[in-house]
Design a protein around this ligand. Structure first.
Ligand code: GDP
Ligand code: IMO
Ligand code: MG
Length: 429
């Protein structure tokens, strides 16, 4: 059984937690896109781990973890992540593979990301400044440098030369900043290649073999559907395909190998960075959710914008990902809020709209149409079975299922691995 686990909203839905929980039953966990813009949190017996590029399955012994070709990797940051994991008692060795096709982030990508954001007075995206956009630009522009190139000094030199000729021109002429030194970068990145060489390999035959052997594989998405470069709130998106299609192009398996697609969604909504967010609560309601849910970015520490559950987004996400199940997280955070709202549609220019619009100008005018739901006061953090949930919680969850058209297969009532339970089938047909 091969399962894609992805973000059904704007990221930070709790994908890391769900992947870690499901990894118990998997043999292989493959990340398929993004880079160190991601921050995936896993809490095991109160101990917190924050992952950026390494698949969240790494915390289980004996699971093969793969960084797929669809990512963009900052090697310095990856080495830091590996050191962090080892320091915290996690073994990283033969259990980790990095696809040789994975693209590499260079310091000029980070700088260009930061400069382009600071230059745009209007239309700033609010990126994580990790160089993600510029690195994917080079990939699509066919000038990118891949992990395999770090192991071949001659090729790396040639490619760096070509890249720096253009990058340095832009940096010095357009942005009026200092250029990068080729020899220094060549030395630095050759050294990273040497440090990472035991992980870098042709991962496609391995994954293919695992598929043929019918081993359970988890495909781990980063970011979320509404940050997807094709389906998200463009241009306020990331530069990769966070949706289920990315699991194929970012790992090298065909769509026929995917059996299930689980969309991770918070019981409410959050977003970091700029861009439209129709069900956002800008006043005290948003502050309350942020405080209760501790809604601050894992890596950047930025406060997350908070709002009600948006079923228009949920339905859209179900459609573009082919969701077969939902994992609803942070249900515990809603305890004690007297009245809950679910956005069921948007009103745009006087018309009720149920399909997510592509025209951002129209979306900016969208006013949410809410269904008001009764809250519950009970603490959910110790609950491990659906039947034990308060009646109003069940009604709230059933409404989410009805409005999105997707059954809930996993519920999460706290950050810890143990605060998770299954409703539907996961690894069985
Ligand atoms: P990801 O990027 O999708 O992996 O999500 P993040 O790790 O960035 O953000 C999710 C945050 O919510 C983390 O701090 C998790 O520890 C936490 N979390 C996940 N599920 C739950 C839950 O059910 N309840 C609570 N209270 N926290 C949760
Ligand atoms: P995980 O995997 C939430 C957002 C940024 C910004 C936009 C583009 O932890 O859910 P980028 O640096 O990717 O060019 O920024 O995307 N963003 C995320 N928001 N969770 C993430 O990852 C994100 N990764 C990027 O805030 O709005
Ligand atoms: Mg995150």
């Amino acid at each position: 059984m091969n399962i894609v686990v992805l973000g059904a909203q704007w990221g930070d839905e709790g994908k890391g937690k769900i992947i870690d929980f499901l990894a118990e039953g998997a043999g292989v966990v493959v990340r398929y896109q993004g880079g160190n813009n991601a921050g995936h949190t896993v809490v095991i017996d109160g101990k917190k781990f924050a992952l950026r590029m390494v698949p969240s399955g790494i915390l289980h012994k004996g699971k093969k973890c793969i960084i797929g070709n669809g990512l963009v990797i900052d090697p310095k940051s990856l080495l830091e992540e590996l050191a962090y994991l080892r320091k915290n008692g996690i073994k990283v060795g033969k259990n980790l593979l990095v696809s040789e096709n994975t693209h590499v982030i260079f310091p000029y990508h980070n700088l260009l990301d930061t400069l382009s954001e600071s230059k745009s007075k209007k239309g700033k995206i609010g990126t994580t400044s990790r160089g993600i956009g510029p690195a994917y630009m080079d990939k699509i522009g066919r000038t990118g440098i891949r992990m395999a190139d770090l192991l071949n000094k001659r090729v790396l030199k040639e490619k760096l030369e070509k890249n720096l000729e253009f990058k340095n021109y832009i940096l010095t002429r357009y942005y009026k900043v200092k250029p990068f030194n080729k020899s220094k970068l060549l030395r630095e990145y050759t050294a990273y290649g040497q440090k990472l060489k035991h992980f870098i390999s042709n991962t496609f035959p391995f994954i293919h073999e695992q598929v043929s052997l019918k081993k359970n594989i988890l495909f781990e998405g980063a970011q979320g559907t509404m940050l997807d470069v094709d389906f998200g709130t463009y241009p306020y998106v990331t530069s990769s395909n966070a949706t289920s299609g990315g699991a194929c192009t970012g790992t090298g398996v065909g769509p026929s190998a995917i059996n299930r697609v689980i969309g991770v969604t918070k019981a409410y909504t959050t977003r970091v960075g700029e861009g439209p967010f129709p069900s956002e609560l800008t006043g005290p309601g948003g502050d309350l959710l942020r405080k209760k849910g501790n809604e601050y970015g894992v890596n950047t520490g930025r406060p997350r914008r908070c709002g009600w559950f948006d079923a228009v987004v949920g339905r859209y996400s179900a459609m573009v990902n082919g969701l077969t199940g939902l994992a609803v997280t942070k249900l515990d955070i809603l305890s004690g809020i007297k009245e809950l709202k679910i956005c069921v549609a948007y009103r745009i220019d006087g018309k009720v709209v149920k399909d997510f619009p592509a025209d951002m100008d129209r979306l900016a005018r969208a006013v949410p149409v809410y269904k008001v739901m009764k809250g519950w006061t009970e603490d959910l953090t110790q609950i491990r079975h659906y039947s034990k949930l308060p009646q109003n919680t069940k009604i709230y969850l059933r409404e989410i299922e009805k409005l999105t058209g997707v059954k809930i297969s996993i519920l999460s009532t706290g950050p810890d691995r143990s605060q998770t339970f299954i409703l539907g089938k996961i690894w069985t047909r």
